[in-house]
Design a protein around this ligand. Structure first.
Ligand code: FE2
Length: 276
């Protein structure tokens, strides 16, 4: 069984025609690639920055695009989202809230559990206050033996791309670490936000960040002065992509996938043992 993760869609309206066309074209490319997969994923999780400015019209545009999907879609929120307008447009199993109005919920897929967390906290940086952490603690307590994939927009570890990275000592990151330490059922933490794929470890768990369906961050690991613009490239039109989560019994595995039309290099015309 597989689930596809898409992230950082940044869908917008004709107020911003350049970004609208580019981000929609790239999202369509990703959705086409996901729908062509065999076996077909049972679900798609869109892990935040669904739209660009948190406007109602943008969510209506997103809904129009996503209504074309033949695969059910689940949503998490990022720093470009706003809970109010999102919840005006989306409802049902893919847009559930906890008792405090945060977009946090669980979904069961056979033996595996997907747990969506809400790290939206104003500006660029993420957040996770005690109220949300308490929900996470209780929710993890409910199923300590089920392989669990945590979905959260903001990776709680640095990528090395300085201008986007969080302070690892931020209170919300320390709080999350305290909640997740020793929770062996958490097999993977699936994030977005960085607009570039990278992996790391947090509180003993694997963290994967997916590439954006919109534009990617330039891979620049050098120092940068946050107050002195120096003309460097920071975003780039590298191919859009997604992550495919595969569940096999107790194991969860992720594949990084790029969307696009690629030419086959070799076809299976001889028994595999002769190819080796
Ligand atoms: Fe984003």
């Amino acid at each position: 069984m597989t689930i596809a993760q898409i992230t950082d869609l940044h869908i917008t309206t004709d107020k911003d025609p350049l970004n609208q066309k580019r981000n929609e074209d790239r999202l369509r490319q990703v959705m086409k690639a996901i729908h062509a997969l065999r076996p077909r994923p049972v679900a798609i999780i869109a892990s935040g920055d669904l739209v660009d400015r948190g406007e109602l019209e943008e969510y209506l545009e997103l809904k129009r695009l996503m209504d074309e999907s033949e695969i059910p879609i689940y949503y998490a929120l990022g720093n470009h989202d706003l809970r109010g307008p999102f919840l005006e447009v989306f409802s049902g199993p893919g847009a559930q809230t906890d008792e405090n109005g945060f977009v946090q919920y669980t979904v069961d897929f056979g033996p595996m559990r997907m747990l969506v967390c809400d790290t939206l906290e104003g500006e660029n940086d993420g957040g996770y206050d005690e109220v949300r952490a308490d929900w996470l603690r209780r929710t993890l307590d409910e199923a300590p033996d089920r392989p669990t994939a945590l979905i959260l927009h903001h990776p709680p570890i640095p990528s090395g791309i300085r201008w986007m990275d969080p302070d690892p000592k931020s209170p919300w990151i320390l709080r999350l670490e305290e909640v997740l330490k020793g929770r062996d059922q958490v097999k993977v933490m699936m994030c977005g936000h960085i607009h570039r794929a990278f992996n790391g470890i947090f509180a003993g768990h694997m963290v994967t960040a997916a590439p954006a369906t919109s534009i990617q961050l330039t891979l620049d690991l050098t120092e940068v002065d946050m107050h002195v613009p120096d003309g460097r490239e920071i975003l780039v039109e590298e191919p859009p992509g997604f992550v495919l989560l595969m569940s096999q019994g107790q194991d969860l595995t992720t594949h990084l996938c790029l969307a696009g039309d690629y030419t086959p290099a070799v076809t299976y015309n001889f028994p595999f043992r002769k190819l080796a």
